[in-house]
Design a binder for this molecule. Structure first.
Ligand SMILES: [Zn+2]
Length: 506
């Protein structure tokens, strides 16, 4: 054996030893307040993890094989589960995954608002383009419609034979581990479906023992009817149903969160398993088109209703506008003044210009227009966050609305520590165990022996969001470390480069 091959052999032996060592190695996260994600009180202790699992919890002493992480007395909680997320594209593009990691999220739930990827392509993507967070997905109703009816043919009820085809695809996707059916009934791709179409598909999801989640048909002028629809689906199918990003988005409804919660509670007493998810902001982020509930985009009276009842033009920012990027970051009122129009006229113009742009740029990828619209009242948002049957979501991505970076840390900083809306343990439960329960994810969301090592270490005294419109990627304070499947993905405001996210199947 010559010198070079001897040397190579030694390197190989050392590498093998290191690998063996790594397999036996454990991490001990010590000196922490454990909030285990069940709602139980915090307790002092340590957590030992091995590979991707939690192997011990309690009063533990370090042993020789432990890599010890001193938790400095911070809180150690299960990694947060984002109940309604649009982050996947951002995580694939910006592979450090700061949007989710900086707020402590270890799992995102996608396929929301009726839009989803087929489970097979999602599985392939997770291998090809690994991400920092775990991913679980619903099957989107609008995606089923697009596949069966064609992208340009969605503005009508589906025929029975089309519904039958959708049922077959839905069943197959559920068999592949999707969480249930999601709808985005306020969006045009699904707005023209009738209740029967949605109910027939919901029954397929119910028979597969899954669940239904919905961006309901209206969050403003016809919300009573929209609520009735989801309650009926829950009543008839007996499966759990969830209102996505629950809100009161019409000015004259502000202050009525209690009344809405009473209505939902009443449905629950009648056996309807209705729940909600909520993000902690008073403004939403969507298309300008949803501001026309009757889809009459040139009607001045409708535009007038929108600017007075549905959003505040002086506090609502255009966050995307492909036809004229100079509008991005400006309020609608500012743009109206530049264009020398009334707010209502300006709204009509912006929708028309965007529609024209879409027509002339059929291959355009991404959103052509989006607005972060101030449309809710703080008190209502607080009440929904505190509602026993609501879990926390971001509804975010890597875009212009700060919720993509700040939702979970905002709940912990503003609502829990500063405003004392709910106890910390309860907030963590809404971000972890309660969400996992709803989704039927059995091995995450709780700190317990045998569960996956998705863990977040944070300082409850400093945790706070900093993302705002105009600086929507500002990182939160207070998230010290985040583990996903036993690997550290984020430490002291920096990504580690690990991307251990798994596709979670029901
Ligand atoms: Zn939505």
């Amino acid at each position: 054996m010559n010198k070079l091959s001897k040397c190579t052999l030694m390197v190989v032996i050392i590498l093998l030893q290191l690998k063996g060592f790594a397999q036996n190695a454990t991490t001990l996260i010590t000196n922490v307040q454990i909030i285990n994600g069940t709602g139980a009180k915090a307790f002092k202790g340590a957590v030992r993890i091995k590979n991707d699992r939690i192997v011990e919890v309690g009063n533990l002493k370090a042993n020789a094989s432990d890599h010890v992480v001193n938790g400095h007395g911070y809180v150690l909680a299960p990694g947060f589960i984002d109940a309604h997320s649009h982050h996947l594209g951002d995580l694939q593009k910006n592979i450090n995954g700061l949007s989710t990691a900086n707020q402590g999220i270890s799992t995102i739930v996608i396929g929301q608002d009726g839009g989803s990827y087929p489970m097979d392509s999602l599985a392939a993507d997770m291998k090809l383009k690994p991400v920092v967070a775990n991913v679980a997905s619903y099957v989107g109703h609008s995606s089923l419609r697009e596949e069966v009816m064609g992208e340009k043919n969605l503005f009508r009820n589906a025929t029975q034979s089309e519904i039958d085809k959708m049922k077959v695809i839905l069943q197959s996707e559920l068999n592949k581990g999707a969480l249930g059916l999601s709808t985005g009934l306020e969006y045009e791709q699904a707005f023209y479906s009738n209740r029967d179409e949605v109910l027939q598909l919901a029954k397929v999801a119910a028979n597969a023992n899954t669940r239904y989640i919905s961006h309901i048909r209206s969050e403003d002028v016809t919300m009573a009817d929209a609520l009735d629809e989801i309650i009926q689906i829950g009543k008839i199918t007996k499966m759990p149903v969830q209102i996505s990003h629950i809100k009161l988005a019409k000015k004259s409804d502000w202050g009525t969160a209690d009344k809405m919660i009473r209505q939902l509670e009443q449905a629950r007493t009648q056996g309807v398993q209705i729940t909600a998810d909520v993000y902690p902001y008073t403004f939403w982020n969507s298309t300008l088109r949803v501001l026309f509930p009757a889809r009459d985009y040139t009607n001045l009276a409708s535009a007038q209703l929108a600017v007075t009842q549905l959003f505040d033009p002086t506090a609502s920012y255009i966050v995307q506008y492909a036809p004229n990027t100079a509008y991005v970051g400006k309020t609608l009122a500012e743009i109206a003044s530049i264009r020398k129009q009334s707010n209502a006229q300006c709204l009509i113009s912006l929708v028309a210009i965007a529609a024209d742009f879409k027509e002339k740029n059929p291959g355009y990828k991404g959103s052509i227009e989006a607005i972060a619209a101030k449309s809710m009242e703080e008190k209502d948002v607080s009440k929904f966050i505190a509602w026993e049957n609501a879990v926390i979501c971001s509804d975010g991505n890597g875009g212009g609305h700060p919720r993509g970076y700040g939702s979970f840390t905002r709940v912990l900083g503003k609502y829990v520590r500063d405003e004392k809306l709910i106890p910390l343990e309860k907030a963590i439960y809404k971000m972890t165990g309660q969400t996992a329960n709803y989704l039927g994810i059995k091995d995450r969301g709780i700190i317990e022996i045998g569960k996956k090592a998705d863990l977040v270490l944070f300082d409850p005294n400093t945790v706070m969001d900093h993302a705002v419109i105009g600086n929507s990627h500002a990182l939160s304070d207070g998230i010290s470390m985040l583990w996903v499947n036993g690997q550290v993905v984020y430490k002291n405001k920096k990504a580690t480069g690990n991307r251990p996210g798994e596709l979670i199947k029901r």
